[in-house]
Design a protein. Sequence first.
Length: 478
Amino acid sequence: MRRLSALTLALAFAELSSSHFAHAAGLYFTDRGVRPLSRGGAFVAGADDLGAVWYNPAGVAEAPREVLIDASWLAYSTTFSRETLARQSDGTESVYKHGTVNGTTPFLPIPTLAASFPLDAKANWVAAFSLVAPYTAISSYPLTDNGGRPSGSRFLLVSLDGSALVAPAFTVAWKNERFRVGLQANVLTGTFASKVVFSGNPEQNVLGAAEAPQYDALSTLKVGPVFAPGVQLGFQAILNPQWRIGASGAVQAPLDSDATIDVQLPAAPFFDKAKQTGNTAHVKFALPPIVRFGIEFRPMQDARIELSYVREFWSVHDRIDITPKRLTLEGITGLVGINGPFNVQAISLPRGFQDSNSLRLGGEYTLPRTVVAKATTLRAGLAWEQSAVPRDYLSPLTVDLDKVVVSLGAGFDATPKVRLDLNASYVITQDTYVDPHDAKVPRVAPVTGNPTDTQAVNGGHYAVNAWVLGLGGRYRWD
């Protein structure tokens, strides 16, 4: 039994690297950009400023001389009440209910920075540089629950603090009287820093109700630099003064990055002289292609309404491959079957993700000058988004649920060249229950390093509360 738990602890290093990168795998909680999001993310056919760099690069052709700066805060919190199957020696099962924990995110504005310039005298060719960050929740969970007991979420996530992803890009767009075409090259880059707890309890070979905290091992993962190049192609057509259509498609190379893993070994006596030797590993998994389609109706000069559809092909994210490099445990005493350093082995974890769909409806209306002295545009949007994470794979690390996003926003022309934008979006989700009989986030098998049909750790009740609050500005010159 002791030998089994020691191997489990060692292989937890590889589990750590895989599980945290699931959150990095493009699981953006909602769409982005102050003006586009205030339209519900319906910004494919009608994209006409540098917010287009995320949705449709063809829209960059409409912004030949522009600087765009905006930032949004994802005010995101979760509640997790874990439930675990407790198996008795006679084979009977019961459900053990852990205490409730609350996940929170720091105040961290997520930016958009972009600038464009014409490439010819008539500004038919336009180039743009941009730097954006995905709207991803950097969550943290406590080590104890609301009743002061060890947190049931600690085996899934403690903190993602210190993580940062950005996507610098270069875009070239062309237009004539009826068509716009854009091509963008980008790279997803940055680093991840995350913490999770693993158990080395020798009294059990699965995570169950009797999780002894003296066998907890707080582990820290740092991944990077991440480098995943990608390309996006976009198209817009002006059918007539009232109707426009648009489409874009993006592909990203697999994420293939080095990582370091450091573990605080448990306080239990047989780990007193133990130490970790080496801390490097390698992580690789696929990122999804994305396609967007939109149609915009302009019933009058100052009014726009767009309906768009987005599909993200998350089914390509079927597994995560983790290869530790010269990562061993030494000096574990009193454990039968270990005669020297134990080498942590490579594993491949199933993810089970699914393709996701979303619909967005949004628009904007510029108030008449007889009503306001300065040009003021009101915006509103509604989006429905399907999660890429099946219910059975939900965890505090990846609380991504089906959602409805309601958005309101406005734009105000402070000067003829400067526009100020603001947005408030509320994310509506339904509380979700993962039956512990169906939960599929596994422990690593103690001997082979592959997941097995042993105790899952993600069963329980999940709830999410989220707002997106944004402020930005655009400067255009002649």
